[in-house]
Design a protein around this ligand. Structure first.
Ligand code: NAD
Length: 364
């Protein structure tokens, strides 16, 4: 298979972690005889430095001509970087918002996995963390409260603010289909999260999800209220496979789910549109505090590359190989500084960003 990848290395630790993910992608594509090519795309601060803007039309075109985009992270230190003296629409983050819009990315996937070897970083009770968990939050990204009409007025002398939460059935259907398709690649379970006891938008959400479920008899569907889901994520995260939810609930629940893993450098993410195209990036930022030191953890980016193979190219065997390599390297005790146990356990060996990339590539 030919894989045409757009690469946004970005800012801060971005270039370091993308370099390591490419090593692993090169190893797995060589193993299975695929042909991979990379087109470097400038975005964020790196684009401001060259073009004066965080995203050019040429960069958008290059992304659209790729089968998928692998990204590091963009942005700098808001207190010291000159990028943050620019007007808000010229700052690094504006590039990310613009490219998401240009590419029609409406589905955000955030896996939260607790690895046995990193269970000590999990803030949950030992009996909960010992079991481990592997869940994926699928959040609608372009509708709902964050995109509805809003206004602040004074009514009868009182300052009054209104935000509107709007979803139409097509917006719900397309993300539900994505969630059921992805559940088929995992453990075949979807938990749809809403607030159907109060909100009309949630009642429509539930009805449309039920309609979509009729086409997926092999996938088990359940519904859960968002307040209960927030509790269940800390009480028993192992019960979940795919959590499907709207924009704001997903924003909050995905941060909660990532915190319970306890390891920011391990969390991958993907944003998909209604084709096979996706933008794959770690959940963390550009970590300017450690940029250029070769100590960043590249695993979130390596796992994002695995998601890219699985969801944009249907290369499940290749994705499995990468995920297995990550588990193996952790099992052998290799740790970047961010996941090194406090006091440094005797069984663990500290490694750099580039060593972590090499170790994973070697185990493919
Ligand atoms: P951050 O995620 O970059 O860093 C938070 C802390 O986690 C820092 O101490 C950092 O050193 C550490 N960290 C993060 N990733 C790590 C890794 N892979 N290995 C080891 N340690 C890691 O969050 P922040 O400091 O709030 O943001 C820094 C910049 O990143 C800002 O400009 C922000 O706007 C940007 N940002 C970009 C994205 C994106 O590109 N999607 C997402 C979040 C933040």
């Amino acid at each position: 298979m030919k894989l045409k990848i757009g690469c946004i290395s970005g800012d801060g630790i971005g270039p370091e972690i993308v370099r390591e993910a490419k090593k692993v992608l090169d190893a797995v594509t060589a193993k299975y005889g695929h042909e991979i090519s990379y087109t470097e795309i400038l975005m964020g601060g790196a684009s401001i430095d060259v073009h004066g803007v965080p995203l050019t039309p040429e960069a958008v075109q290059a992304a659209k001509e790729s089968d998928a985009v692998l990204m590091g992270s963009i942005g700098g230190d808001a207190n010291t970087s000159p990028w943050y003296k620019l007007p808000p629409d010229r700052r690094p983050e504006a590039g990310l918002l613009a490219i998401r819009k240009e590419l029609g990315l409406f589905a955000n996937l955030r896996p939260a996995v607790l690895y046995e070897e990193l269970a000590d970083a999990c803030p949950l009770k030992k009996e909960t963390s010992e079991e481990g968990f592997d869940l994926l939050i699928m959040r609608e990204l372009t509708g709902g409260l964050y995109f509805g009409e809003r206004r602040t007025t004074v009514e009868n002398g009182l300052r009054t603010a209104v935000d509107t939460l709007v979803y139409n059935e097509n917006e719900i259907r397309r993300i539900a289909i994505r969630a059921f398709d992805i559940a088929r690649k995992r453990r075949g379970k979807v938990t749809s999260v809403d607030k159907a006891n109060v909100l009309d938008s949630s009642r429509l959400w539930r009805a449309v999800v039920n309609e979509v479920a009729a086409d997926y008899p092999d996938v088990e569907l359940s519904h859960m209220l968002v307040d209960n889901c927030a509790m269940q994520l800390v009480k028993d995260p192992a019960q979940f496979d795919v959590i499907l939810t709207e924009n704001m609930f997903g924003d909050i629940l995905s941060d909660e789910a990532s915190m319970v893993t306890g390891s920011i450098g391990m969390l991958a993410s993907a944003s998909l549109n209604d084709t096979k195209f996706g933008l794959y990036e770690p959940s963390h930022g550009s970590a300017p505090d450690i940029a250029g030191k070769n100590i960043a953890n590249p695993i979130a980016t390596i796992l994002s590359a695995a998601m890219m193979l699985r969801y944009s190219f249907d290369l499940d065997r290749e994705a499995d190989d990468i995920e297995r390599a990550v588990k193996q390297v952790l099992k052998e005790g290799f740790r970047t500084v961010d996941i090194m146990p406090e006091g440094g356990a005797a069984s663990c060996r500290k490694c750099s960003c580039s060593e972590m990339g090499d170790l994973n590539a070697e185990r493919i």
